[in-house]
Write a protein that binds this ligand. Sequence first.
Ligand code: GDD
Ligand code: MN
Length: 372
Amino acid sequence: MKIVIVIPTYNEALNIGRLIDSLNEVFKLKPDEDFHILIVDANSPDGTAGVVKQKMDTFGNVHILIEEKKAGLGAAYIAAFKYALQNLSPDVIMEMDADFQHNPDDLMKIVNEIQNGNDYVIGSRFTEGGSIPKDWALYRKILSYGGNLFTKLVLGIYQVNDFTSGFKASRVKNFVDRIDLVSVLSGGFAYKIDLLFKMYKLGAKIKEVPITFGLRDRGDSKMERNNFIDSLRVVLSIRYNENSSFFKFALVGFVGLFVDGGLFNILRLTPLRSSLATPVSGFIAMMTTYLLNNYWSFSDRKIDSINKKLVGFIVYVISSTIPILVRSKLVIIATSAFGDTFFVSNTAFFIGIVFGLVWNFLVYSKIIWRKR
Ligand code: GDD
Ligand code: MN
């Protein structure tokens, strides 16, 4: 197996030489594997590239890619992944930091799990046996832990505990080579979350192994300040992209409610009176939401032919009526059983709304605007 370890550097002249030496020692543990190191340097002013080039004279397995300027961790990795795919034909690509916060001795634990048939192996700080520095300030620990929990819940990837670990391995065949690297969200460190999600969607077998995340050896952290906001943006964007039909459908529902209520209160004052105002406003609202759903929420599956439109609309009207009837029934049952108080009637009403939301979305997405 050819394993390429990508190491991004920005002003790591004090660390990178020793790290390359240590790694080459560690590689001897698995003499059958073909290990390579690819440094992606952000044109560091401290001469990091010079140190690497010296090592390239000593070792045949060291490569370097020099960026024009520091462009963020995500940008560096994406450039390095592309370079590796084009020039080194790797079977496995690894990610690792240059500052010894990742212990070279943990490397083989990750490689082992790739050899065991996993496609995406994460050196995890937050699984049993893993750790972050004790000296970290409390707020940093909470942020790190909380951020991971949030990401886990929003993305629904429950087997992962460390979404932003910088120490990991990805299988290339059928995985990295099928990812559109240009589309990766974020040029900062949040790219890790998106890349992980893309691997997950491709059906990668994911495995976490515990690692000890140490203190930085020398130099300062090179991370951008807006990491937190950027990560939040990436997590929410992924969720939105995955469920945009649902979010749009919910918004259309609000618009419908607004049109219905607004028209009702206007028409009520005309000779139509309340009794006729409600079916009219209801029908107009239904037309509006139908059109918005067809041309917006489900625009990728929109109904074009007139006949199908008519049939679609009839099914739409019938199916939208069902949750309204269910809701009325629910309110009647609840209020007659527990009394017609504000709490009882509104609880029943709310349960009805939630039922309607799910019901309508299922009918719309599975029947009327089903994917073809
Ligand atoms: N080429 C390049 N360009 N390299 C960079 C850049 C950049 O813009 N920014 C940072 N690096 C390099 C650093 O030189 C270092 O080798 C590595 O990327 C990680 O940077 P650090 O500055 O040491 O990051 P950290 O210790 O704050 O963050 C670590 O923890 C994060 C999660 O909490 C890293 O492991 C991250 O990968 C991880 O996401
Ligand atoms: Mn670091």
